[in-house]
Write a protein that binds this ligand. Structure first.
Ligand code: DGY
Length: 326
């Protein structure tokens, strides 16, 4: 008999057929609006779940007594309670690797856009305010040759370092749990304590996951360590940063600019002070959002789920403890 899968993210027709060959699929479109009630209603029969961007907490998953596997269409796993999943032997899988390069591209787009004031000045042209050659008031800052500081040297951090080192001749410094000799050799990168990196880097880029340890990692004290020329880039998770402290740092010119793809609350409220600051480039969590990458992530998630429901260990299993107790 086919397993019951609840899908809370739309798949391409090709991937939908692939999944349907292995499972009976119920699609809950837009689970964030009225769909949440439909998602709840579908949970009692669900053996597999596939989707992203919904916090699947214990209260929600208690409604799914038959659940065997959750396949997240994301690399980030901050929407899941790992202890709870482990206890119940529910397998969680994610989609690493396939989004690494695209997310690093997004990081670099934010570096370039904030340093060269691309959005602000493009808006000026669009508003008909380009009347004469621009002068120092509208100059940006160089990217090439500046020091790239990466906090969290995982796959995406490395891909960012590659772009900075080989493409823009940037000295690379980084902070992570522990030094990574291979990274240092490849990009001539230097390990720094967090405080030293904040003081030294021209571009401070967050690429680390949201965990209990990293939540609120960058706050008022950390912004105070940065230099007035520093540009702050966040492509990890909004909650790694104290957003109120970031706003104050920008308003008081403690840092020069910020390029932000992630926020404490998403979607970002339209009345956020961040949107009143010309030196902020804000994008709507587009880290992995290209046609090619989102399709590759969905394919990876479908394959993970098919394996898990067939009793096989999914290629991207996040919680091996659940595999042991299932
Ligand atoms: C991820 O894959 O974690 C991206 O941030 C999308 O949520």
């Amino acid at each position: 008999m086919k397993k019951q899968v609840v899908l809370y993210k739309k798949l391409s027709p090709m991937l939908m057929s692939r999944l349907q060959a292995h499972a009976d699929v119920t699609l809950i479109d837009e689970p964030k609006s009225d769909g949440l009630a439909r998602l709840r209603a579908a949970l009692p029969e669900a053996q597999g779940l596939l989707g992203a961007s919904i916090k699947l907490d214990a209260a929600l998953l208690d409604l799914a007594p038959k659940l065997e596997a959750v396949s997240s269409v994301s690399v980030g796993i901050d929407n899941y309670d790992l202890d709870y999943l482990d206890q119940r032997g529910i397998l969680l899988s994610n989609t690493p690797d396939v989004l690494t390069e695209t997310t690093a591209d997004t990081g670099f787009a934010l570096i370039l856009a904030s340093a060269r004031r691309v959005v602000e000045l493009a808006n000026l042209v669009r508003a008909g305010q380009w009347k004469r050659n621009i002068g120092p008031l509208h100059f940006g800052s160089d990217v090439h040759g500046k020091t790239l500081g990466i906090i969290g040297m995982g796959r995406i951090g490395e891909a960012l370092a590659q772009r900075g080192h080989f493409g823009f001749s940037m000295p690379v410094i980084y902070h992570s749990h522990s030094p990574k000799p291979a990274v240092e050799a490849r990009f001539n990168a230097g390990y720094r304590s967090l405080d030293a990196l904040l003081q030294e880097a021209d571009f401070i880029c967050l690429t680390l996951p949201l965990t209990a340890e990293t939540e609120g990692l960058i706050g008022a004290r950390e912004f105070a360590l940065m230099r007035p020329e520093s540009i702050f880039i966040n492509i990890s998770r909004g909650k790694v940063v104290d957003e109120a402290a970031l706003i104050t740092a920008l308003q008081q010119a403690q840092i020069r600019a910020a390029g932000l793809d992630v926020f404490e609350r998403e979607p970002l409220n339209h009345d956020s002070p961040l949107l009143h600051l010309n030196n902020v480039v804000a994008t709507p969590h587009i880290g992995s959002a290209t046609h090619e990458t989102r399709e590759a992530m969905a394919r990876c998630a479908v394959d993970n789920l098919i394996s898990a429901l067939a009793g096989e260990r999914p290629a991207n299993l996040v919680n091996p403890k659940a595999w042991a107790v299932r």
